[in-house]
Design a protein around this ligand. Structure first.
Ligand code: SF4
Length: 411
C-alpha cells in the first residue's frame, strides 16, 4: 500500500426517521433493510488526481441521525490505519469527522493529516503539529485545475441501498441568509458534465444521489432535465423556494422523465413568518412556501421543508404567520414533511450576537452555540413548534430536536 492515503468515511443511516428515503426502495431484500449505506465520497470529483498521489481508503464513522450529538466516540478511538507513516488526506463532512481525524493524528504521530470538506473548522485548542485543515479544493491544493470525471470505487454489497453525493458547487447563488455557514468554504464550481458518470453505477442498488449545491439556482434546476431517469436512482436536492426558482421548478417537474417518487426536493424555509424571513435575509415569503408545497402536490412529489426554531425575537405576529402558513397548506396532501432544526451559530455568523446559551463541542472543535431564549421566547418558540406539529397537515420529522417540550431550555 502507498504511504499516502485519501480517506473517506462511510456510515449506516436508519431510514425510519428520515423522510428522504422511501420505503419502496427497501422492498428489496437486504441484509439490513432499515438502513442506507451513506458514502461520504468527497474525493469523487477528483478521483484520478487523487489516484496519482496515493490510494483510497474507507473507514467506518459511527454516526446516527443527529450529526451533532449521535456520535460513536468509542468507534473513532478504535480506528486503525494500514500505514504508520506518510500522509493522509481526509474528506470531512461533519465536525465529528474532524474529531475522528484529530484522534488519528494523536495515535499516528508520524503521519501528516490534512482535512478539508464541508465540515466547519472551529478549533478550541492548539492542534497537533501533524494535523492541518484546509479550505482549499483538492485541485487548488495540488495546483492542478484540470477537469476530472466523477468516479467512485467502494466494495458495495449488492443488497444495500446507497446514499452518495455528486457535487456541482459548494457556493450558494443567494448567499445572504445571516445564519448560514456556506460562505467559509473554498468555492468549488463544477461544470455540468456531458454525461452523468454515475449513470449505470451499481445498477441493482437503490441509489440516493445528493445532487449537491447548497441551494439550486434556476439554472441548476434546468439541469435537472438531463439527469438519468433510472428507476433505481433517487435525487435529493436543496432549493430556496423563491420567486425566481418556483416557476422553473414547476416547469422541470412537468417535463422530467424521472418518476415523481424518485424526486426529493428539500426547501430550507428557516422560519414560518414573513417578518423573520426579512430579518434573516431569506429573500422570500410564506406564500412562496405554500406555493412550493402546492407545486410538489401537483406533480405528486414529496415535499420536504426544513425550518429553524430558537429565533430569540418571536412576536405574536410570527405565531399568527405560522398559523397562516399551516392554514395555507393543502388539506388533502399526505406527502408534506417538516423537519425542525435548532438555531445554532458559529462565531463568524451575524446570528452569533444572539448566542449566549450553551456551547456544543465535539472533542476540541466547536459545533456552535445555542441561542439565548428568555422564558417568554421559549414559550413562543414552543407555540410555533406546536402549531407545526399539531396541524395534521404534515409529518413532522422525528429527526427534530424539538419534539419534546423540555428539549428547548431557557437559560
Ligand atoms: S439560501 Fe440556503 S444556502 Fe443560501 S445563504 Fe440562504 S441558507 Fe445559506
Amino acid at each position: 500500500m502507498n504511504d499516502t492515503l485519501f480517506l473517506q468515511f462511510w456510515h449506516n443511516r436508519h431510514i425510519s426517521s428520515s423522510p428522504h428515503f422511501s420505503a419502496e426502495s427497501y422492498s428489496k431484500k437486504s441484509a439490513d433493510n432499515d438502513s442506507v449505506l451513506c458514502l461520504n465520497n468527497g474525493f469523487s470529483n477528483t478521483y484520478d488526481l487523487c489516484k496519482q498521489h496515493g490510494d483510497f481508503y474507507w473507514i467506518e464513522h459511527g454516526l446516527g441521525n443527529d450529526y451533532l450529538t449521535d456520535v460513536d466516540f468509542e468507534m473513532y478511538k478504535a480506528t486503525e490505519l494500514p500505514i504508520n507513516h506518510g500522509k493522509v488526506y481526509a474528506s470531512t463532512w461533519y465536525t465529528s469527522q474532524l474529531y475522528h481525524i484529530w484522534l488519528l493524528a494523536k495515535k499516528y504521530p508520524d503521519i501528516e493529516f490534512t482535512c478539508g470538506g464541508t465540515s466547519t473548522y472551529v478549533p478550541l485548542e492548539e492542534m497537533p503539529s501533524n494535523f492541518k485543515y484546509t479550505n482549499k479544493t483538492v485541485g487548488q491544493f495540488f495546483s492542478d485545475n484540470k477537469k476530472y470525471d466523477w468516479k467512485l470505487d467502494y466494495p458495495v454489497p449488492k443488497d444495500r441501498a446507497l446514499h452518495l453525493s455528486y457535487s456541482f458547487n459548494n457556493h450558494c447563488y443567494w448567499k445572504k441568509c445571516i445564519f448560514c455557514n456556506f460562505s467559509d468554504l473554498a468555492h468549488i464550481v463544477k461544470d455540468y458534465p456531458e454525461r452523468y458518470e454515475f449513470d449505470g453505477l451499481y445498477p441493482d442498488n437503490p441509489k440516493y444521489l445528493l445532487m449537491y449545491t447548497p441551494s439550486y439556482s434556476p439554472r441548476d434546476l434546468q439541469e435537472f432535465l438531463r439527469y438519468p431517469a433510472d428507476k433505481n436512482t433517487y435525487y435529493v436536492f436543496f432549493m430556496r423556494a423563491s420567486d425566481e426558482t418556483l416557476d422553473v421548478f414547476d416547469e422541470i417537474l412537468s417535463k422530467t422523465k424521472i418518476r415523481p417518487e424518485n424526486i426529493f426536493p428539500v426547501a430550507g424555509i428557516d422560519a414560518t413568518s414573513d417578518r423573520i424571513l426579512d430579518i434573516i435575509n431569506k429573500g422570500t415569503n410564506i406564500n412562496n412556501y405554500i406555493k412550493f408545497v402546492k407545486i410538489c402536490q401537483k406533480h405528486n412529489v414529496k415535499a420536504l421543508l426544513t425550518t429553524i426554531l430558537g429565533w430569540p425575537f418571536i412576536t405574536e405576529k410570527d405565531i399568527e404567520d405560522t398559523q397562516r402558513f399551516v392554514d395555507g397548506l393543502p388539506n388533502d396532501y399526505s406527502k408534506i414533511n417538516i423537519r425542525l432544526n435548532k438555531l445554532r451559530s458559529l462565531p463568524a455568523r451575524e446570528t452569533y450576537k444572539y448566542q449566549r446559551g450553551s456551547v456544543l463541542n465535539i472533542g476540541p472543535f466547536s459545533a456552535g452555540f445555542e441561542p439565548y431564549l428568555s422564558e417568554k421566547q421559549l414559550e413562543m418558540n414552543c407555540q410555533i413548534r406546536d402549531i407545526l406539529i399539531s396541524s395534521g397537515k404534515s409529518v413532522v420529522d422525528s429527526f427534530t430536536m424539538f419534539l419534546e417540550k423540555n428539549i428547548i431550555k431557557a437559560v
